[in-house]
Design a protein around this ligand. Structure first.
Ligand code: SF4
Ligand code: SF4
Length: 114
């Protein structure tokens, strides 16, 4: 068989109903501005942690919305709480508090409190 250099990509379909949304719900209760996020990525372009790691706040919020807890755990502790993202966000999302609340939610999950 001739190899043309193409391959079938892995399925990237996201099933929003399949995820666990407890982190998103926990954050949203105290910080409703998470709903204003439009996944534009501006925060990631300004982010200190994004400059040196795979971290992206935009993706973090998206993964929380999708209920992808494993993905959140991989990067939620990379934030350095510098606050640059707050100034960059065009929607006025309280970004730093969102990361803080996500970390709090992860701690509570580990203690079986949520
Ligand atoms: S507070 Fe965290 S997410 Fe925001 S710019 Fe700083 S390192 Fe990035
Ligand atoms: S800059 Fe604001 S609206 Fe854009 S992805 Fe980041 S948090 Fe969401």
């Amino acid at each position: 068989m001739i190899n043309f250099g193409y391959k079938i990509q892995a399925d990237r379909q996201v099933d929003y109903d399949a995820g666990n949304h407890r982190i998103f719900d926990f954050v949203r209760k105290s910080e409703p501005s998470i709903d204003w996020c439009m996944s534009c990525g501006t925060c990631a372009s300004a982010c200190t942690a994004s400059a040196s790691t795979e971290y992206s706040l935009c993706r973090l919020i998206l993964n929380a919305r999708r209920g992808m807890e494993d993905e959140i755990l991989k990067s939620v502790y990379r934030c350095r709480f510098c606050g640059k993202c707050i100034n960059a966000c065009p929607r006025g999302v309280n970004t730093r508090n969102i990361v803080y609340l996500m970390q709090l939610a992860v701690t509570k999950i580990s203690k079986h409190e949520i």
